[in-house]
Design a protein around this ligand. Structure first.
Ligand SMILES: NC(=O)c1ccc[n+]([C@@H]2O[C@H](COP(=O)([O-])OP(=O)(O)OC[C@H]3O[C@@H](n4cnc5c(N)ncnc54)[C@H](O)[C@@H]3O)[C@@H](O)[C@H]2O)c1
Length: 315
């Protein structure tokens, strides 16, 4: 198995899972937003190989399956070098599809709910084509992923590559980067540090959050499903407003922090919630971890990181 982006948040949990069920795993990562610390516990495992490689360059290996996750995922990371983000999603995906074609491997793309942009349909079903600004600050990622999906479909139609497309909605849990600017990591770190929690906009915008172990189960079920290429939404349909989330995190961390409000960044979607009817029906999958249970584990992880109990883990 090849996992691109395997040293990232989701990729490292996927490596763990695949090794646990008996696969050999090659983890490919340029460590742009990921960290060796996420896979450090695997480095001595003879069935695990880490390769520091940028997927903008071709990669050659004999493998039977590719989980293609390499791409910066949070706005802070993908806007840091937008041209590089597009190259990763276009050239990187072409390279991985070329590899899949040569060695006849199945390839699973980690796409995103961001392909729906600022949706006019709620909740979002896979048949919705989205409402994306092609020239905005988020476009490098949103359009990058849309092109990735297009490439997957065209390699499938033209070259019969065995593909699968997963649209991942907000996911959280241990090993999220402390500095990635995503709402859960931001709030948890602020609450644990006793700082005020920053809410952008009036906080009535809603999000839905899926715990990492639920997502990994869904990804692997999709990868193993025959006769279904997707796209399939994987996420937790339970919606919560950003203010409610902030209150919950303050309560769970027993923090004295308050909430402060700042202007909404451009193109920030008002609402994002998956329709997971297809995942339920075809993959027999739905999330099982409650927000409270998932937040407790995430808070515990960030608490250790902030207290420096995780060795060299960087912020
Ligand atoms: N976390 C979420 O909520 C979420 C939601 C939707 C989609 N996704 C998708 O899931 C995938 C993983 O996201 P994540 O949350 O684990 O993010 P992450 O930033 O932790 O992981 C991405 C990994 O890809 C690596 N990478 C980036 N560019 C690369 C390149 N050119 N060559 C090699 N490696 C490269 C990074 O170093 C990092 O380890 C991404 O494709 C992302 O778009 C994530």
């Amino acid at each position: 198995m090849l996992v691109t982006g395997g040293a990232g948040f989701i990729g490292s949990h996927l490596c763990d899972y695949l090794l646990n069920i008996g696969h050999d795993v090659i983890c490919l990562d340029n460590l742009f937003s990921g960290s060796k610390d996420n896979v450090r516990h695997l480095l001595g495992n003879p069935y695990f190989e880490f390769s520091r490689h940028d997927i903008i360059q071709p990669f050659f290996a004999e493998i039977d399956q590719i989980y293609h996750l390499a791409s910066p995922a949070s706005p802070v990371h993908y806007q840091h070098n937008p041209i590089k983000t597009i190259k990763t999603n276009v050239m990187g995906t072409i390279n991985m599809l070329g590899l899949a074609r040569r060695v006849k491997a199945r390839i699973v793309l980690a796409s995103t709910s961001e392909v729906y942009g600022n949706p006019r349909m709620h909740p979002q079903t896979e048949s919705y084509w989205g409402n994306v600004n092609p020239i905005g600050l988020r476009s490098c990622y949103e359009e990058g992923k849309r092109v990735s999906e297009t490439l997957m479909m065209d390699y499938h139609r033209q070259n019969h590559v065995d593909i699968k497309i997963i649209r991942i909605f907000n996911t959280y849990g241990p090993r999220m980067a402390i500095n990635d600017g995503r709402v859960i990591s931001n709030f948890v770190v602020q609450a644990l540090n006793g700082e005020d929690l920053t809410v952008y906009g009036d906080g009535t915008q809603t999000r839905s959050f899926c715990y990492i172990s639920d997502l990994i189960e869904g990804i692997v079920r999709m990868a193993e499903a025959d006769d279904f290429i997707g796209p399939v939404n994987l996420g937790n349909p339970a919606e919560i407003t950003i203010v409610e989330l902030a209150d919950k995190i303050i309560a769970l961390t027993k923090s004295r922090s308050h909430i402060v409000f700042e202007p909404l960044p451009s193109d920030d979607p008002e609402q994002r919630c998956p329709d997971i009817t297809i995942a339920k029906k075809v993959l027999k999958w739905e999330p099982t971890v409650s927000l409270e249970a998932g937040l407790k584990k995430t808070i515990q992880y960030f608490g250790q990181r902030l207290r420096g109990k995780n060795g060299r883990a960087r912020s």
